[in-house]
Design a binder for this molecule. Sequence first.
Ligand SMILES: [Zn+2]
Length: 344
Amino acid sequence: MEKKYFDAETKEQFRVMLIILTVVCVIFTAVYYLRPDTDVAADSSVDKASTSSTAGDKKDNLSKNESSAAVKVQPPPKLDGTQRAVKLDNSEVHKGNLILVNKDYPSDINGEDLVSLFEFKSSAYGVSDANVLINRSIVDATNRMFDDYYDIYGTNDIFVACAFRSYETQDELYRAELENNPETGTELVAPPGYSDHQTGLVFDLDRLSSDIAGIGFDGTGDTRWFLDNCANYGFIVRYPEDKVNITKYEYEPWHYRYVGVPHALYMYENNLCLEEYIEKIKNNTKDNPLVVSSAEGETWSMWYEKAYDEGDVTQFAVPKDCECEISGNNVDGFIVTVKSGNTE
Ligand SMILES: [Zn+2]
């Protein structure tokens, strides 16, 4: 005889319980997925200030430390149909090709995405050794500049004497300079944390045929070409002869700093050093941008967006489908660069 475990009534009770349990599970799942998103840190649409990629490509910028509800986000900008919002963590103010690093604005940047220039350089110039490091994103511009110089002058005795310097190396240099030249030490060598060289966007040039290190590249003769043409490749002479009172550095015709083509062109054409440019562009808004064109017919619009000073995340509008780059200024905001067209 077949053994009966449950009678019909118990079976019915089980069936009802199973239905109730299923309904509870469905409700719980629905509530979990449909709840309002109150934690801004869960929002992954924060862009990274970047000069090497289109803003908006890089996501998830908020660090885990900031993933508390305490993160304060600037109210979103009003957008028309042609715009999109960019969200940037305020720490991005201190990153990008346009950061101003000087005696007033130190930086804790210690190079980013560094590569050995020796490995990637063209044959048109030399480097002092394989330990010369620069940011990967400026290798092509560097090569193009030297290739064009070589095409004109046919000499490859110019070399990159030094580029990125770590905090530790800068500290050693500064101490040595202070010891050797207590009077002038701080004019020629920056204290650690205050050097343009730590950006990785910089190099000093010299020439092999020179007897005295650093003096062979004096900005005269054929080396004048670099001063007059570096802007076409995105570089500036960081410490110009007539800006010593602003940069607080002696004239250094050998020290080149990458800032990007449109900014370098504007600074060159208007005789501005980086300090002056960072100040000047604060007057330019999205509706009143600086507009710069290259000899090749490329056109850019550039403007300033102040970092949200009542919170941690800044928001502003940029054209929806623009080729758009954003850099911090290492002072108080961001500089937006939009390629607005090519007239050719
Ligand atoms: Zn230098």
